[in-house]
Design a protein around this ligand. Structure first.
Ligand code: AHR
Length: 508
């Protein structure tokens, strides 16, 4: 018999704002993410606007995509932006040595990316090349994108057809500098980050939020070294951090090891639980990195940006191993909900996050069929869709009582994950039942404000590895959830085994 879990929520005690940017995305020149995913070219039979797939844009607009990180990833530190401007037919080619060793023709470059962001209504997050680039090259790119007058780079942009500067709020200083981004030591990179940040200038009214390539998983030394390199953070509580403003963190979830990560489908129940326990690790990582950051930055001026997260499985059989194409199941959806809960809880420090990656790579929102061009929305997409109410809402603490746990490896995995937020007269509660086998009931003990109405949605399926395909587009799709009823302390919610439920509350 299962116990009834209770979630106590004080609806009148709003906390930090959950930035919509934690619902950010990532598009790398990797496999079929850019080419075939976002970009089909103007002559494609697939409906497009100036070469960009219309159905992909529409699907991402529907989940209010707040920002898009580009061009990498590891690719960013091999990328020289001048190769991706000017007439397409005369752009130089390069080898994409990280991802499949294929030849990249630079058809998708700066103008195409900025056009994509404008179509999406998303803020661009450009990842600059520290590993194999130069300070001058990065500085020129910022000038090219954001300067209004007749400076050399602004004039070059105009010559390439764009009169007005773009707005670029987010700027990455390198990527995984401890690995593919140069194999640097933390101390070495911290100096470079200061130097590069200095020359990434604010032109006109464009204020850059500079994000230094941060730690891998639990590498606290990397975070500590970057935090030490800031100018005095304790001095002026109202001042901003400099010369850069944020540090990043990367963490991927898998059921196995880097050499055998586990398959995206056909996995065992044990693998389900191992995956959930590893997804829960994001909570621990945020706590540990934030603790280090708090020591140097008591006023929380420096942002933590989780600009790569998600599942990483063995590639689908018969696909190019360098293209990182994987199926996306109900398990991926629950991994996403667990991460998003953690980001909500850490809203005061986590200012942005980017799931890897948006189309056809790793934990994608969207899969496209290489032969027919058909578009498939994944279960992960639906979690993002169900959570749009959390964008820029105030986090609410959720106190869970009587949560059953399960021993997984050396940890105890709580079988329910939850988070909540409030915005004006509406609140949204997110509930994940991580139990592969058992339905449960949860009591929402709602305090502080009157609840005058509710609606609920549920995402689940019979099989743990249920997924969508061109033949079955809605095998895993949210439906209205009838399993919510009154309870003396608020509401009683049925949580089917392996399900994700959102409850929207109308408040007075
Ligand atoms: O997302 C795939 C790759 O994972 C990125 O290019 C890199 O930053 C990370 O190792």
């Amino acid at each position: 018999m299962t116990t009834t879990t209770t979630a106590v929520i004080d609806l009148d005690l709003p906390g930090a704002t959950i930035s919509r940017h934690v619902y950010g995305h990532f598009a790398e020149h990797l496999g079929r993410c850019i080419y075939g995913g976002f970009w089909v070219g103007e002559d494609s039979p697939v409906a497009n606007v100036r070469g960009i797939r219309s159905d992909v844009v529409e699907a991402l607009r529907a989940i209010s995509i707040p920002n898009l990180r580009w061009p990498g990833g590891c690719f960013a530190d091999d990328y020289h932006w001048r190769d991706g401007i000017g007439p397409r037919e005369s752009r130089p080619r390069m080898v994409n040595s990280h991802w499949g060793d294929v030849v990249e023709d630079n058809a998708f470059g700066t103008h195409e990316f900025m056009d994509l962001c404008e179509l999406l209504g998303a803020d661009p997050y450009v990842s600059g090349n520290v590993g194999s680039g130069s300070v001058a090259e990065m500085s020129d790119w910022v000038e090219y994108l954001t300067r209004a007058d007749d400076s050399p780079m602004a004039a070059l942009r105009r010559a390439n057809g764009r009169e007005k500067p773009w707005r670029v709020p987010f700027w990455g200083l390198g990527n995984e500098a401890w690995g593919c981004g140069g194999n640097l030591r933390a101390e070495q990179f911290a100096s470079l980050a200061r130097q590069y940040a200095t020359y990434c200038r604010n032109h006109g009214g464009n204020l850059l939020y500079r994000i230094a390539a941060g730690a891998n998983e639990a590498d606290l030394h990397w975070t500590e070294t970057l935090m030490r390199s800031f100018d005095d953070l304790a001095a002026d509580p109202a001042g901003s951090a400099g010369p850069f403003q944020a540090v990043s963190l990367h963490y991927y979830t898998m059921a196995g090891s880097w050499s055998d990560k586990g398959d995206a489908t056909g996995f065992s129940t044990d693998e389900w639980y191992v995956t959930m326990a590893r997804a829960r690790r994001m909570e621990e990582l945020l706590t540990r990195h934030s603790t280090v950051m708090d020591r140097y930055d008591p006023h929380r001026k420096v942002g933590l940006v989780v600009d790569e997260w998600g599942t990483w499985w063995n590639v689908e059989k018969g696909t190019n191993p360098g293209f990182l194409y994987q199926q996306n199941t109900l398990r991926d959806a629950l991994v996403a909900s667990v991460h998003l809960d953690a980001f909500h809880r850490h809203a005061e420090r986590v200012v942005m996050a980017n799931i890897a990656q948006t189309v056809n790579v790793l934990q994608a929102m969207i899969l496209t069929d290489p032969d027919t061009g058909a578009l498939v929305l994944t279960p992960t997409y639906h979690v993002f869709a169900m959570n749009t109410g959390h964008h820029d809402a105030a986090a609410l603490a959720v106190h869970l009582r009587d949560v059953e746990t399960r021993a997984v490896d050396a940890t105890e995995l709580p079988l329910v994950s939850a988070s909540a937020s409030v915005k004006g007269d509406t609140a949204l509660v997110s509930l994940s039942n991580l139990d592969a086998e058992t339905d449960r009931t949860l009591v929402l003990d709602l305090r502080g404000r009157d609840v005058v109405g509710h609606t609920a949605r549920v995402l689940t399926a019979t099989a743990l590895d249920a997924h969508n395909s061109p033949e079955q587009l809605d095998a895993v799709a949210p439906t209205d959830h009838a399993g919510v009823g009154p309870h003396p302390r608020g509401l009683e919610v049925d949580l089917p085994a392996h399900s994700y439920v959102t409850v929207a509350l109308e408040l007075r």
